[in-house]
Design a protein around this ligand. Structure first.
Ligand code: SF4
Ligand code: SF4
Length: 450
């Protein structure tokens, strides 16, 4: 990495400031106010004596924490897949042929209604975190039927598909069911095929594109505007290259997240892998800067809270103060075919983390443990300059790295902070170089649903 420490302007001693130089330019991030500044402008403002006042005023205008928003239930009911992706979490916990009893289905819908009662504005059921949901269309139909019977429009059904089984007829069926769809696609052919292959070893990219084009023919805008879910593999997936490809394919929204280590099995990525991936975000920030300065909005497709880089950019634009890295164990859960609850899909199948059932409700002890694992309660996070942008990281990664719920995974933290610095660089340089580009970004940030 080309990042080094930078000088903090005089008069700001005692403030919590991240001051760094990156690719030849220096930047400051004031933690209390959430303001990002170019070092030259900051030194100038400090010399005229106004900077501390500006930062104090901004810090006093603290942004409220966002409400719970969306609840999410990942239904681990597919149990099998027609692909064998190298980084798949679900591989170890798959249960082909397992039935989901009608009572479990009914209890799952009732559990979602309880989440609505606990303050969630809506709850989304996602079918497909443990395999390919199109292998189980009858199960999806039963789910949609049970949800429709509630008459509550705040409950939505969605699938995440690998796209290889999407035909025009299946797209018509998804239209009838009014199910939202997300497509797993890792980027250009050679990037996608590096990890996403059939069990025979055959590549899958060319089998996905017909499915994407079938969705694009749908009469439903939600299917035509299908988002892409990208898993980045260090050394293979470069965010700039992947984003460019997805934009060329016409995606209006995509999320890119580095592959997570598997619960109970896969290796935790090493420092070199993390550094390799972190470096590629500089290239991505440059590409975004160039596009926005030219008035090109298409790269905003990646600026959303599910995307690692997008989350930091949104946090800077909105000066939000995240208290959690995600909603796992609070209003996000995975549900097994037997109705067992887990804090999220990444915990699924690890008995230690089973946290109740859809019929009996949540295990109070684990629920409290997750609710209390705020960013302020994690000692490593308390002194981390990126804490309000990050919220305390992925708790599943923390658990896999062997430290437990309140001790984040250090490799992941190094990546999060490197990405957050690139987000600071993007926002500051955009502000200095292009009023129009910054306005595009700020308008987008204000409109994004957190
Ligand atoms: S980067 Fe790591 S230490 Fe910093 S807030 Fe996030 S999880 Fe905590
Ligand atoms: S714990 Fe990690 S994998 Fe699970 S929902 Fe949170 S961020 Fe995602």
């Amino acid at each position: 990495m080309s990042e080094t420490r930078a000088e903090v302007p005089p008069g700001l001693e005692g403030r919590e400031i991240e001051a760094f130089s990156l690719r030849g330019e220096s930047f400051l991030f004031d933690v209390a106010s959430g303001l990002a500044l170019g070092a030259a402008a900051a030194h100038e403002a400090a010399a005229s004596g106004v900077l501390a006042e500006v930062l104090d005023a901004a810090a006093a205008d603290e942004q409220p924490a966002p409400p719970p928003g969306r609840g999410h239930l990942a239904l681990m009911w597919a149990g099998e897949c027609n692909l064998a992706c190298t980084y798949c979490h679900a591989e170890t916990a798959r249960q082909p042929g397992v039935e989901v009893e009608p009572q479990t289905l009914a209890d799952t819908v009732s559990f979602a209604e309880r989440l609505l009662g606990n303050g969630c504005e809506r709850v989304v059921f996602t079918f497909g975190f443990d395999g390919e949901p199109l292998l189980h269309l009858p199960r999806l139909r039963s789910l949609v039927e049970a949800v429709r019977q509630t008459g509550d429009a705040r409950l939505r059904c969605s699938i995440t598909t690998n796209g290889t089984l999407l035909t025009p007829d299946r797209v018509k069926e998804l239209e009838r069911l009014e199910v939202d769809v997300g497509l797993s696609l890792d980027g250009p052919r050679e990037v996608h095929d590096a990890a996403r292959r059939f069990p025979s070893g055959d590549p899958s990219y060319d089998a996905v594109l017909p499915g994407l084009f079938a969705l694009r023919q749908s009469r439903l805008p939600s299917l035509r505007r299908v988002p892409a879910f990208v898993t980045l593999v260090p050394g293979i997936g470069r965010p700039a290259l992947v984003a460019e490809h997805l934009i060329d394919l016409g995606f209006h929204r995509f999320t890119m997240v580095p592959a997570r280590p598997r619960m109970g099995s896969g290796p935790v990525p090493g420092a070199q892998q993390t550094a390799t991936l972190a470096e590629t975000y500089g290239e991505y920030a440059d590409r975004l800067l160039e596009a926005l300065a030219e008035g090109d909005r298409r790269f905003l497709a990646g600026i959303n809270p599910g995307d690692l880089f997008g989350r930091s950019v949104l946090g800077l634009c909105r000066r939000s103060r995240s208290r959690y890295g995600c909603a796992a164990g609070r209003h996000e859960f995975a549900v097994g075919p037997d109705g067992a609850l887990y804090p999220c899909h990444a915990f699924y199948g690890a008995p230690k983390w089973a946290c109740g059932s859809v019929s009996q409700g949540l295990d109070a002890t684990l629920a409290t443990e997750f609710a209390e694992a705020t960013v302020e309660a994690k000692s490593a996070c308390a002194s981390c300059w990126a804490r309000h942008l990050c919220g305390g990281g992925c708790v599943a990664s923390a658990v896999v790295s062997g430290k437990g719920l309140r001790s984040p995974d250090e490799q992941r933290c190094a990546l999060i902070r490197a990405v957050a610095r690139e987000a600071v660089r993007l926002c500051v340089l955009l502000g200095e170089q292009s009023e129009q580009g910054l306005a595009l970004l700020m308008d987008h940030a204000a409109s994004v649903d957190l």
